[in-house]
Design a protein around this ligand. Structure first.
Ligand code: GLN
Length: 287
């Protein structure tokens, strides 16, 4: 391989770029060139890490093998974050595995809205990777948090993320089915629960349908099961004046708003995401 075939910074091989991108395109990957660039950067950065004398391999060859691995995995429509093992969210880089929902950019709206009022104690129901509660705690160094999940394996990932993001001392991560094993009151309760209706699961892209945890997606027959459980326990676990912020699917604003109002909460607003779709219902436990 001639020197011009390599990335000058990392020594990573860049030959066959077009054929790699073509493979991704043929597999139906939506942003084939963008995903190739991210796999390429990951292969170069990881494949050229100087991890001591035990690694004797030519870094270019190692990076090439990782590139080939990354592209083949992405061809199966495995989510990019699961392949490279991480995802940027808010101001952090979060570990991602097949046990947690891949943090989506639209979920950052929960963080943004959470930060609009002071809070000392925050509860995140169905925390997954922990991205929401951890981001909130990173922004509020005096606050403490609880992130629950029904999945122990998800909580292990959340624990690692809390540690790498420096908030581990301020968060506890218990197993709980919504409010079942939660005590006390919180001035902010947030959640991105599973909200996909049973009959719509089949319409999700293969990345989501085949590779993401079903328990993080499936919201029962009408997609609203989790909101019913959250509505039922909300007033008991919110301080007077405390806020509830839940992510919703784009067509669920009316359904979720009525569930929360019927549970005795005051509806503050339905907030749209950057694409203009309804994304978060905000409610308050009136004092
Ligand atoms: N936004 C996700 C999707 O459909 C669903 C996540 C959820 O159910 N909370 O890709």
């Amino acid at each position: 391989m001639s020197p011009s075939d390599r990335n000058p910074r990392t020594g990573c091989p860049v030959t066959r770029q077009e054929s790699w991108i073509a493979r991704l395109r043929a597999a139906g990957v939506p942003d084939a060139a963008g995903d190739f660039r991210r796999i390429f950067r990951w292969a170069c950065d990881t494949g050229t890490t100087d991890s001591g004398p035990q690694v004797r391999e030519d870094p270019g060859a190692l990076a090439l093998r990782m590139l080939e691995f990354g592209v083949s995995e992405r061809e199966t429509r495995r989510p990019l974050s699961q392949i490279i093992g991480k995802r940027e969210f808010w101001k952090g880089t979060f570990k991602v595995t097949h046990d947690v929902l891949d943090p989506r950019p639209e979920t950052e709206l929960l963080v943004e809205l959470g930060l609009q009022e002071p809070f000392a104690r925050v509860l995140d129901l169905g925390t997954g990777s922990g991205c929401v509660v951890i981001s909130l705690l990173m922004e509020r160094p005096n606050a403490r948090g609880v992130g629950t999940d029904i999945s122990k394996r998800a909580l292990r990932v959340a624990r690692e993320n809390a540690e790498s993001m420096g908030v581990a001392e301020r968060v506890i991560l218990p197993v709980s089915d919504w409010f079942d094993d939660v005590d006390g009151r919180y001035d902010l309760v947030v959640s991105n629960p599973p909200y996909v209706a049973s009959e719509e699961i089949g319409d999700l892209p293969p990345e989501v349908r085949c590779h993401e945890p079903r328990v993080a997606l499936a919201g029962g027959i009408d997609g609203l099961s989790a909101y019913r459980a959250i509505a039922a326990g909300a007033r008991k676990h919110l301080t007077p004046g405390g806020r509830l912020l839940v992510e919703i699917g784009p067509a669920q604003a009316d359904g979720v708003r009525s569930l929360m109002a019927d549970a005795g909460l005051d509806i503050l607003a339905v907030h749209a995401d950057l694409d203009g779709r309804d994304r978060v219902v905000a409610a308050r436990n009136s004092a």
